[in-house]
Design a protein around this ligand. Structure first.
Ligand SMILES: O=P(O)(O)OC[C@H]1O[C@H](O[C@H]2O[C@H](CO)[C@@H](O)[C@H](O)[C@H]2O)[C@H](O)[C@@H](O)[C@@H]1O
Length: 421
Protein backbone atom coordinates (compact mmCIF):
# COMPACT_ATOMS: atom_id res chain seq x y z
CA UNK A 1 0.00 0.00 0.00
CA UNK A 2 1.32 3.42 -0.85
CA UNK A 3 0.70 6.57 1.07
CA UNK A 4 1.01 10.23 0.32
CA UNK A 5 4.22 12.17 0.16
CA UNK A 6 5.59 15.46 1.56
CA UNK A 7 2.61 16.13 3.76
CA UNK A 8 0.47 17.03 0.75
CA UNK A 9 -2.94 15.49 0.56
CA UNK A 10 -3.24 13.36 -2.57
CA UNK A 11 -5.57 10.64 -3.72
CA UNK A 12 -4.11 7.30 -4.55
CA UNK A 13 -5.36 3.99 -5.75
CA UNK A 14 -4.91 1.33 -3.12
CA UNK A 15 -5.37 -2.35 -3.61
CA UNK A 16 -6.87 -3.65 -0.43
CA UNK A 17 -6.98 -7.37 -0.78
CA UNK A 18 -5.81 -9.95 -3.21
CA UNK A 19 -9.14 -11.70 -3.01
CA UNK A 20 -11.40 -8.80 -3.75
CA UNK A 21 -9.16 -7.38 -6.48
CA UNK A 22 -10.91 -4.09 -5.92
CA UNK A 23 -9.11 -0.82 -6.23
CA UNK A 24 -10.24 2.15 -4.20
CA UNK A 25 -9.32 5.76 -4.35
CA UNK A 26 -8.69 6.97 -0.87
CA UNK A 27 -6.90 9.65 1.02
CA UNK A 28 -3.97 8.39 2.95
CA UNK A 29 -1.24 9.85 5.06
CA UNK A 30 2.40 8.95 4.79
CA UNK A 31 4.09 8.04 8.01
CA UNK A 32 7.28 9.64 6.67
CA UNK A 33 5.47 12.85 5.93
CA UNK A 34 4.21 12.99 9.46
CA UNK A 35 7.22 15.08 10.46
CA UNK A 36 5.80 18.00 8.54
CA UNK A 37 2.29 17.59 9.85
CA UNK A 38 1.21 19.87 12.67
CA UNK A 39 -0.95 17.07 13.95
CA UNK A 40 1.65 14.38 13.92
CA UNK A 41 4.75 16.29 14.92
CA UNK A 42 3.50 17.00 18.41
CA UNK A 43 4.33 14.58 21.15
CA UNK A 44 1.46 12.54 22.50
CA UNK A 45 -1.26 15.05 23.29
CA UNK A 46 -1.37 14.16 26.91
CA UNK A 47 1.78 13.76 28.87
CA UNK A 48 2.47 13.27 32.51
CA UNK A 49 4.39 16.51 32.78
CA UNK A 50 1.92 18.55 30.78
CA UNK A 51 -1.07 17.37 32.69
CA UNK A 52 0.62 17.24 36.03
CA UNK A 53 -1.75 14.50 37.03
CA UNK A 54 -0.83 11.22 38.69
CA UNK A 55 0.87 8.44 36.74
CA UNK A 56 -2.46 6.94 35.84
CA UNK A 57 -2.81 9.76 33.33
CA UNK A 58 0.58 9.07 31.75
CA UNK A 59 1.02 9.27 27.98
CA UNK A 60 0.46 6.39 25.66
CA UNK A 61 3.22 3.86 25.72
CA UNK A 62 3.89 1.93 22.49
CA UNK A 63 4.70 -1.15 24.54
CA UNK A 64 1.16 -1.10 25.84
CA UNK A 65 -0.33 -0.91 22.37
CA UNK A 66 -2.41 -3.89 21.38
CA UNK A 67 -0.95 -3.53 17.90
CA UNK A 68 2.50 -4.26 16.61
CA UNK A 69 4.26 -1.45 14.82
CA UNK A 70 3.53 -3.15 11.52
CA UNK A 71 -0.17 -3.01 12.29
CA UNK A 72 -0.44 -6.58 11.00
CA UNK A 73 -1.07 -8.22 14.30
CA UNK A 74 -3.44 -7.28 16.99
CA UNK A 75 -3.89 -8.62 20.44
CA UNK A 76 -7.33 -9.55 21.54
CA UNK A 77 -8.35 -10.84 24.91
CA UNK A 78 -9.31 -14.48 25.08
CA UNK A 79 -10.18 -16.57 28.05
CA UNK A 80 -7.31 -18.92 28.76
CA UNK A 81 -7.46 -21.06 31.90
CA UNK A 82 -10.27 -18.86 33.12
CA UNK A 83 -8.22 -15.64 32.83
CA UNK A 84 -8.22 -12.75 30.40
CA UNK A 85 -5.08 -13.10 28.33
CA UNK A 86 -3.80 -11.32 25.26
CA UNK A 87 -3.27 -13.56 22.31
CA UNK A 88 -2.01 -12.64 18.89
CA UNK A 89 -4.31 -12.95 15.95
CA UNK A 90 -3.45 -12.14 12.41
CA UNK A 91 -6.91 -12.63 11.02
CA UNK A 92 -9.28 -9.69 10.99
CA UNK A 93 -12.18 -12.04 10.93
CA UNK A 94 -11.04 -13.98 14.01
CA UNK A 95 -10.60 -10.77 15.92
CA UNK A 96 -13.89 -9.33 14.81
CA UNK A 97 -15.80 -12.45 15.75
CA UNK A 98 -13.92 -12.93 19.02
CA UNK A 99 -14.65 -9.45 20.27
CA UNK A 100 -18.21 -9.29 19.03
CA UNK A 101 -20.17 -12.06 20.63
CA UNK A 102 -23.54 -12.41 18.93
CA UNK A 103 -26.50 -10.68 20.46
CA UNK A 104 -28.42 -13.47 22.16
CA UNK A 105 -31.78 -13.73 20.47
CA UNK A 106 -33.08 -17.06 21.62
CA UNK A 107 -35.46 -18.43 19.06
CA UNK A 108 -36.66 -21.47 20.91
CA UNK A 109 -38.05 -23.00 17.71
CA UNK A 110 -34.61 -23.06 16.15
CA UNK A 111 -32.43 -23.81 19.14
CA UNK A 112 -32.49 -27.27 20.60
CA UNK A 113 -33.34 -27.88 24.22
CA UNK A 114 -29.81 -29.22 24.78
CA UNK A 115 -28.28 -25.99 23.47
CA UNK A 116 -30.53 -23.95 25.74
CA UNK A 117 -29.64 -26.13 28.73
CA UNK A 118 -25.92 -25.82 27.94
CA UNK A 119 -26.21 -22.07 27.69
CA UNK A 120 -28.17 -21.77 30.90
CA UNK A 121 -25.81 -24.07 32.76
CA UNK A 122 -22.78 -22.09 31.58
CA UNK A 123 -24.46 -18.83 32.54
CA UNK A 124 -25.49 -20.10 35.97
CA UNK A 125 -21.94 -21.29 36.63
CA UNK A 126 -20.58 -17.94 35.50
CA UNK A 127 -23.00 -16.13 37.81
CA UNK A 128 -21.42 -17.84 40.77
CA UNK A 129 -18.34 -15.71 40.03
CA UNK A 130 -20.27 -12.61 38.92
CA UNK A 131 -23.49 -12.65 40.95
CA UNK A 132 -26.53 -10.66 39.96
CA UNK A 133 -26.42 -7.14 41.42
CA UNK A 134 -30.15 -7.51 42.05
CA UNK A 135 -29.77 -10.73 44.02
CA UNK A 136 -26.81 -9.22 45.88
CA UNK A 137 -28.59 -5.95 46.55
CA UNK A 138 -28.45 -6.23 50.34
CA UNK A 139 -24.73 -6.86 50.24
CA UNK A 140 -24.25 -3.87 47.94
CA UNK A 141 -26.27 -1.55 50.14
CA UNK A 142 -24.42 -2.74 53.22
CA UNK A 143 -21.20 -1.72 51.44
CA UNK A 144 -22.80 1.62 50.56
CA UNK A 145 -23.97 2.38 54.09
CA UNK A 146 -22.83 5.86 55.19
CA UNK A 147 -21.16 6.35 51.82
CA UNK A 148 -21.87 8.51 48.78
CA UNK A 149 -22.58 6.32 45.78
CA UNK A 150 -21.17 7.77 42.53
CA UNK A 151 -22.86 6.24 39.51
CA UNK A 152 -21.18 5.78 36.14
CA UNK A 153 -23.35 4.45 33.34
CA UNK A 154 -22.46 3.29 29.85
CA UNK A 155 -25.14 4.00 27.23
CA UNK A 156 -25.48 1.40 24.43
CA UNK A 157 -26.37 -2.04 25.70
CA UNK A 158 -26.69 -0.67 29.25
CA UNK A 159 -29.34 2.05 29.18
CA UNK A 160 -30.65 1.17 25.72
CA UNK A 161 -30.93 -2.25 24.16
CA UNK A 162 -28.63 -3.15 21.28
CA UNK A 163 -30.46 -2.56 17.99
CA UNK A 164 -29.44 -2.93 14.36
CA UNK A 165 -29.49 0.78 13.56
CA UNK A 166 -27.21 2.82 15.87
CA UNK A 167 -29.30 5.92 15.16
CA UNK A 168 -32.31 4.17 16.66
CA UNK A 169 -30.79 3.16 19.98
CA UNK A 170 -33.41 5.07 21.92
CA UNK A 171 -33.73 4.98 25.65
CA UNK A 172 -37.19 4.09 26.96
CA UNK A 173 -39.02 6.78 28.90
CA UNK A 174 -39.12 4.48 31.93
CA UNK A 175 -35.32 4.11 31.78
CA UNK A 176 -34.98 7.88 31.43
CA UNK A 177 -37.14 8.33 34.53
CA UNK A 178 -35.04 5.79 36.45
CA UNK A 179 -31.77 7.51 35.48
CA UNK A 180 -33.24 10.91 36.32
CA UNK A 181 -34.33 9.75 39.77
CA UNK A 182 -30.95 8.13 40.38
CA UNK A 183 -29.20 11.37 39.39
CA UNK A 184 -31.32 13.24 41.95
CA UNK A 185 -29.86 11.08 44.70
CA UNK A 186 -26.35 10.20 43.49
CA UNK A 187 -23.71 12.03 41.45
CA UNK A 188 -24.23 10.38 38.06
CA UNK A 189 -22.28 10.39 34.80
CA UNK A 190 -22.88 8.77 31.43
CA UNK A 191 -19.68 7.50 29.82
CA UNK A 192 -20.15 6.49 26.21
CA UNK A 193 -18.24 5.67 23.05
CA UNK A 194 -20.59 7.95 21.17
CA UNK A 195 -19.98 11.65 20.74
CA UNK A 196 -20.97 13.59 23.82
CA UNK A 197 -23.63 15.53 21.92
CA UNK A 198 -25.19 12.40 20.49
CA UNK A 199 -25.42 10.59 23.81
CA UNK A 200 -26.85 13.75 25.35
CA UNK A 201 -29.52 13.84 22.60
CA UNK A 202 -30.48 10.26 23.47
CA UNK A 203 -30.51 10.72 27.25
CA UNK A 204 -31.92 14.26 27.36
CA UNK A 205 -31.32 14.76 31.09
CA UNK A 206 -29.57 17.75 32.57
CA UNK A 207 -28.71 16.75 36.12
CA UNK A 208 -25.86 14.50 35.20
CA UNK A 209 -22.41 14.59 33.62
CA UNK A 210 -21.55 13.37 30.15
CA UNK A 211 -18.36 11.87 28.80
CA UNK A 212 -18.35 11.05 25.08
CA UNK A 213 -15.81 9.45 22.72
CA UNK A 214 -14.87 6.79 25.30
CA UNK A 215 -14.06 9.46 27.87
CA UNK A 216 -12.09 11.75 25.55
CA UNK A 217 -14.74 14.47 25.74
CA UNK A 218 -15.84 15.17 29.29
CA UNK A 219 -18.23 17.88 30.40
CA UNK A 220 -17.92 17.96 34.15
CA UNK A 221 -18.39 20.24 37.08
CA UNK A 222 -16.28 23.33 37.68
CA UNK A 223 -14.09 22.00 40.38
CA UNK A 224 -11.58 23.41 42.77
CA UNK A 225 -9.07 20.64 42.07
CA UNK A 226 -6.06 22.40 40.60
CA UNK A 227 -4.69 19.17 39.17
CA UNK A 228 -7.48 18.91 36.60
CA UNK A 229 -8.41 22.56 36.24
CA UNK A 230 -5.41 23.49 34.09
CA UNK A 231 -6.44 21.04 31.45
CA UNK A 232 -10.03 22.13 31.19
CA UNK A 233 -11.81 24.82 29.27
CA UNK A 234 -14.37 26.64 31.34
CA UNK A 235 -17.61 27.03 29.43
CA UNK A 236 -21.38 26.90 29.89
CA UNK A 237 -23.70 24.00 29.14
CA UNK A 238 -27.02 24.17 27.26
CA UNK A 239 -28.69 25.37 30.47
CA UNK A 240 -26.18 28.19 30.91
CA UNK A 241 -24.54 26.43 33.85
CA UNK A 242 -20.76 26.85 34.24
CA UNK A 243 -18.95 23.62 33.38
CA UNK A 244 -15.50 22.32 32.63
CA UNK A 245 -14.71 20.74 29.28
CA UNK A 246 -11.85 18.26 29.15
CA UNK A 247 -10.75 17.04 25.72
CA UNK A 248 -7.36 15.33 25.93
CA UNK A 249 -7.41 14.34 22.25
CA UNK A 250 -8.42 17.69 20.78
CA UNK A 251 -5.41 17.90 18.52
CA UNK A 252 -6.53 14.69 16.81
CA UNK A 253 -9.71 16.29 15.54
CA UNK A 254 -8.47 17.06 11.99
CA UNK A 255 -7.04 13.57 11.70
CA UNK A 256 -10.22 11.94 12.93
CA UNK A 257 -12.29 13.91 10.42
CA UNK A 258 -9.87 12.91 7.68
CA UNK A 259 -10.09 9.25 8.59
CA UNK A 260 -13.87 9.45 8.89
CA UNK A 261 -14.17 10.74 5.30
CA UNK A 262 -11.76 8.07 4.07
CA UNK A 263 -13.58 5.29 5.89
CA UNK A 264 -16.87 6.31 4.29
CA UNK A 265 -15.22 6.35 0.91
CA UNK A 266 -13.48 2.99 1.18
CA UNK A 267 -16.46 1.11 2.60
CA UNK A 268 -19.33 2.61 0.63
CA UNK A 269 -19.60 -0.39 -1.68
CA UNK A 270 -19.99 -2.88 1.20
CA UNK A 271 -23.67 -3.28 1.90
CA UNK A 272 -24.56 -2.70 5.54
CA UNK A 273 -21.42 -0.86 6.69
CA UNK A 274 -22.16 2.24 8.72
CA UNK A 275 -19.44 4.71 9.61
CA UNK A 276 -20.26 6.89 12.59
CA UNK A 277 -18.37 10.04 13.55
CA UNK A 278 -18.06 10.12 17.31
CA UNK A 279 -15.95 13.30 17.34
CA UNK A 280 -12.69 11.97 18.81
CA UNK A 281 -13.18 8.48 17.44
CA UNK A 282 -14.93 6.81 14.53
CA UNK A 283 -17.06 3.68 14.63
CA UNK A 284 -17.22 1.32 11.68
CA UNK A 285 -20.26 -0.86 12.22
CA UNK A 286 -20.51 -4.27 10.55
CA UNK A 287 -23.58 -5.61 12.37
CA UNK A 288 -25.63 -5.37 9.18
CA UNK A 289 -22.91 -6.65 6.86
CA UNK A 290 -23.05 -10.16 5.41
CA UNK A 291 -20.70 -12.26 7.56
CA UNK A 292 -18.78 -13.26 4.43
CA UNK A 293 -17.75 -9.61 4.05
CA UNK A 294 -16.56 -9.00 7.63
CA UNK A 295 -13.05 -9.92 6.62
CA UNK A 296 -13.14 -7.36 3.84
CA UNK A 297 -14.32 -4.65 6.25
CA UNK A 298 -11.39 -5.47 8.55
CA UNK A 299 -8.87 -5.53 5.72
CA UNK A 300 -9.94 -2.09 4.55
CA UNK A 301 -10.12 -0.48 7.97
CA UNK A 302 -6.81 -1.89 9.21
CA UNK A 303 -5.27 -1.22 5.79
CA UNK A 304 -6.16 2.45 6.02
CA UNK A 305 -5.00 2.66 9.62
CA UNK A 306 -1.51 1.48 8.66
CA UNK A 307 -1.01 4.98 7.36
CA UNK A 308 -2.16 6.64 10.56
CA UNK A 309 0.36 5.59 13.16
CA UNK A 310 -1.28 7.69 15.87
CA UNK A 311 -4.66 6.05 15.51
CA UNK A 312 -5.56 2.50 16.46
CA UNK A 313 -8.54 0.20 16.35
CA UNK A 314 -10.38 -1.43 19.23
CA UNK A 315 -13.26 -3.89 19.06
CA UNK A 316 -16.77 -3.31 20.32
CA UNK A 317 -20.04 -5.06 19.68
CA UNK A 318 -19.87 -5.67 15.94
CA UNK A 319 -18.05 -2.41 15.55
CA UNK A 320 -14.45 -1.39 14.91
CA UNK A 321 -13.59 1.72 16.86
CA UNK A 322 -10.86 3.96 15.43
CA UNK A 323 -9.26 5.97 18.23
CA UNK A 324 -6.27 8.18 18.94
CA UNK A 325 -3.39 6.32 20.56
CA UNK A 326 -3.40 8.20 23.81
CA UNK A 327 -3.50 6.61 27.19
CA UNK A 328 -7.02 7.69 27.91
CA UNK A 329 -10.09 5.52 28.25
CA UNK A 330 -13.29 5.09 30.24
CA UNK A 331 -11.28 4.12 33.33
CA UNK A 332 -9.32 7.37 33.17
CA UNK A 333 -12.58 9.24 32.64
CA UNK A 334 -13.98 7.73 35.85
CA UNK A 335 -10.88 8.80 37.78
CA UNK A 336 -11.07 12.26 36.24
CA UNK A 337 -14.75 12.69 37.11
CA UNK A 338 -14.24 11.46 40.66
CA UNK A 339 -11.43 13.97 41.03
CA UNK A 340 -13.55 16.75 39.49
CA UNK A 341 -16.44 15.93 41.78
CA UNK A 342 -14.21 15.97 44.82
CA UNK A 343 -14.94 12.30 45.38
CA UNK A 344 -11.61 10.65 44.72
CA UNK A 345 -9.47 8.90 47.32
CA UNK A 346 -12.25 9.00 49.86
CA UNK A 347 -13.32 6.13 52.07
CA UNK A 348 -16.84 7.47 52.21
CA UNK A 349 -17.42 7.20 48.47
CA UNK A 350 -18.55 4.09 46.60
CA UNK A 351 -18.22 4.41 42.82
CA UNK A 352 -20.33 1.94 40.81
CA UNK A 353 -19.83 1.56 37.05
CA UNK A 354 -22.43 -0.26 34.94
CA UNK A 355 -21.48 -1.27 31.38
CA UNK A 356 -21.74 -4.03 28.81
CA UNK A 357 -18.79 -3.64 26.49
CA UNK A 358 -15.05 -4.32 26.16
CA UNK A 359 -14.38 -0.59 26.54
CA UNK A 360 -16.11 -0.64 29.93
CA UNK A 361 -13.51 -3.11 31.19
CA UNK A 362 -11.03 -0.22 31.60
CA UNK A 363 -13.40 1.35 34.11
CA UNK A 364 -14.12 -1.95 35.87
CA UNK A 365 -10.38 -2.49 36.18
CA UNK A 366 -9.71 0.94 37.66
CA UNK A 367 -12.36 0.38 40.33
CA UNK A 368 -11.22 -3.16 41.03
CA UNK A 369 -7.56 -2.16 41.35
CA UNK A 370 -8.23 0.90 43.47
CA UNK A 371 -10.45 -1.24 45.66
CA UNK A 372 -12.82 1.65 46.15
CA UNK A 373 -15.83 0.60 44.12
CA UNK A 374 -16.91 -2.00 41.61
CA UNK A 375 -18.20 -2.70 38.14
CA UNK A 376 -21.41 -4.36 37.09
CA UNK A 377 -21.27 -6.13 33.73
CA UNK A 378 -24.48 -6.16 31.69
CA UNK A 379 -24.48 -9.46 29.86
CA UNK A 380 -26.72 -12.43 29.29
CA UNK A 381 -23.82 -14.60 28.22
CA UNK A 382 -20.82 -15.65 30.28
CA UNK A 383 -17.80 -13.40 29.69
CA UNK A 384 -14.50 -12.86 31.42
CA UNK A 385 -14.61 -9.46 33.09
CA UNK A 386 -13.12 -7.18 35.70
CA UNK A 387 -16.59 -6.41 37.02
CA UNK A 388 -17.71 -7.78 40.36
CA UNK A 389 -21.42 -8.21 39.69
CA UNK A 390 -23.67 -8.72 36.68
CA UNK A 391 -27.05 -7.75 35.32
CA UNK A 392 -28.65 -9.50 32.39
CA UNK A 393 -29.89 -6.61 30.29
CA UNK A 394 -31.01 -2.95 30.36
CA UNK A 395 -34.31 -3.88 32.00
CA UNK A 396 -32.35 -5.27 34.98
CA UNK A 397 -30.21 -2.11 34.96
CA UNK A 398 -33.40 -0.09 35.26
CA UNK A 399 -34.58 -2.27 38.14
CA UNK A 400 -31.22 -1.88 39.86
CA UNK A 401 -31.32 1.93 39.56
CA UNK A 402 -34.86 2.01 40.94
CA UNK A 403 -33.83 -0.23 43.83
CA UNK A 404 -30.92 2.07 44.67
CA UNK A 405 -33.27 5.06 44.77
CA UNK A 406 -35.80 3.19 46.95
CA UNK A 407 -33.04 2.16 49.32
CA UNK A 408 -31.64 5.72 49.47
CA UNK A 409 -35.08 7.19 50.17
CA UNK A 410 -35.70 4.71 52.95
CA UNK A 411 -32.32 5.37 54.59
CA UNK A 412 -33.00 9.11 54.43
CA UNK A 413 -36.39 8.58 56.07
CA UNK A 414 -34.79 6.49 58.80
CA UNK A 415 -32.16 9.17 59.42
CA UNK A 416 -34.85 11.84 59.63
CA UNK A 417 -36.91 9.71 62.05
CA UNK A 418 -33.89 9.20 64.30
CA UNK A 419 -33.11 12.92 64.19
CA UNK A 420 -36.65 13.95 65.19
CA UNK A 421 -36.85 11.46 68.07
O1 LIG B 1 -19.89 3.12 25.09
P1 LIG B 1 -21.26 2.87 24.52
O2 LIG B 1 -22.25 3.91 24.93
O3 LIG B 1 -21.73 1.48 24.82
O4 LIG B 1 -21.08 2.99 22.95
C1 LIG B 1 -20.38 1.97 22.22
C2 LIG B 1 -20.85 1.99 20.80
O5 LIG B 1 -22.26 1.88 20.86
C3 LIG B 1 -23.00 2.02 19.65
O6 LIG B 1 -22.85 0.83 18.91
C4 LIG B 1 -23.43 -0.31 19.54
O7 LIG B 1 -24.84 -0.09 19.71
C5 LIG B 1 -25.58 0.04 18.48
C6 LIG B 1 -27.02 0.35 18.84
O8 LIG B 1 -27.60 -0.61 19.66
C7 LIG B 1 -25.44 -1.26 17.67
O9 LIG B 1 -26.14 -1.13 16.44
C8 LIG B 1 -23.95 -1.51 17.39
O10 LIG B 1 -23.78 -2.74 16.73
C9 LIG B 1 -23.17 -1.55 18.72
O11 LIG B 1 -21.76 -1.63 18.47
C10 LIG B 1 -22.58 3.24 18.88
O12 LIG B 1 -23.23 3.28 17.65
C11 LIG B 1 -21.07 3.31 18.72
O13 LIG B 1 -20.72 4.52 18.08
C12 LIG B 1 -20.46 3.30 20.10
O14 LIG B 1 -19.06 3.40 20.03
Amino acid sequence: MECWRSGVLVRRAVRFSATSKLTFVIKLMDLKSSHSSPVLTDPAPLSKSRLGLPSNMAPYSPAASPYSSSGLYLTIPRIINGKLEDVRANSWLDAMIASSPPRKKLNKDLISVTQLDDHDAAYQTWMMSYPSALNSFHLITSLAKCKTIALFLDYDGTLSPIVDNPDHAFMSSSMRAAVNEAANYFPTAIISGRSRNKVHEFVRLSDLYYAGSHGMDIMGPVRVSKSVENYCIQTTDSQGKEVHLFQPASEFLPMINEVYESLIEITNDIIGVKVENNKFCVSVHYRNVDKKMWDEVGVRVFGLLKCFSRLHVTHGRKVLEVRPVIDWNKGKAVEFLLESLGLSQRDDVLPIYVGDDRTDEDAFKVLRESNCGFGILVSNVSKETNALYSLRDPSEVQEFLKSLVRWKKSTELQTEAIATK
